[in-house]
Design a protein around this ligand. Structure first.
Ligand code: SF4
Length: 239
């Protein structure tokens, strides 16, 4: 998949919202973060809980000075450990990330990148500025696309302290799960794997509990660390 598409420049980007909240997914669950939600995505997952961010373009153009003042304001109100780049797909905004990630670090925050793990060339450009990567492995039953080779290449690049998440629906197959384990064994068997049962939305139903537990046991026997953690922000009533 090409890494050449960019929806931003170094001085502005299309941003849907900036806000402070608790991380609701994965191994950093419950940490207070500043969230920067970009507009635009290169995928179309059936379980997407932010479909307003998929169209290209989506979000409003925000200039650098406005971005700095929004983040500084949120930072002055509460303690945050990290800033979560989310979307949409943040790796469609590389020039903006290159311009602001060093400033975020100077402000004392970690750069926490949430990504669909498909834009390998884009990631190579910002990799050294990312402290934590929360990478999804996207299953063909949810996206209609085979993305194994992009994911495999991406997994070889992600830094320590990162984790991988897979969202499981009632359409997830055992063959898909074997592929997930295979690419993790090939690339990064030490990275924590999070099984996240899909939050029901529109026509999407979650995985049957017995199958999720079976997948968890398989992962725990073949990888260093695997856990099953649901998405907590709908349960907490947070955005
Ligand atoms: S990659 Fe994320 S933002 Fe894009 S469609 Fe899938 S869930 Fe939505």
């Amino acid at each position: 998949m090409s890494g050449s598409i960019n929806l931003s420049n170094s001085a502005s980007a299309r941003i849907v919202e900036i806000f402070s909240s608790l991380q609701g997914e994965g191994i950093y669950l419950g940490e207070r973060q500043i969230f920067v939600r970009f507009g635009g995505c290169n995928l179309h997952c059936d379980y997407c809980d932010e479909p307003r961010t998929i169209p290209i373009p989506s979000g409003e153009v925000m200039e650098l000075n406005q971005f700095h003042s929004e983040v500084s304001r949120l930072k002055s109100e509460k303690n945050h450990r990290s800033l979560s780049w989310t979307g949409g797909e943040p790796l469609l905004h590389v020039p903006f990330l290159l311009s602001v990630m060093p400033w975020v670090r100077k402000e004392g925050l970690l750069n926490y990148l949430e990504t669909n793990g498909t834009r390998v060339e884009a990631f190579k450009q910002v990799r050294d500025l990312c402290d934590i990567v929360a990478m999804d492995i996207k299953l063909p039953s949810s996206t209609g696309r085979e993305l194994w080779s992009e994911h495999l290449e991406f997994l070889r690049l992600i830094p320590k302290k990162s984790f991988v998440k897979v969202i499981l629906t009632d359409k997830t197959t055992e063959a898909e799960w074997r592929q997930v384990i295979r690419i993790l064994q090939e690339s990064s068997p030490d990275i924590p794997l999070i099984l996240q049962p899909a939050t029901p939305i529109r026509e999407v139903r979650t995985i049957k509990p017995a199958l999720a537990i079976k997948f968890l046991r398989q992962a725990q026997s073949l990888l260093k660390e695997a856990r099953l953690i649901p998405q907590w922000h709908p349960i907490w009533g947070l955005r």
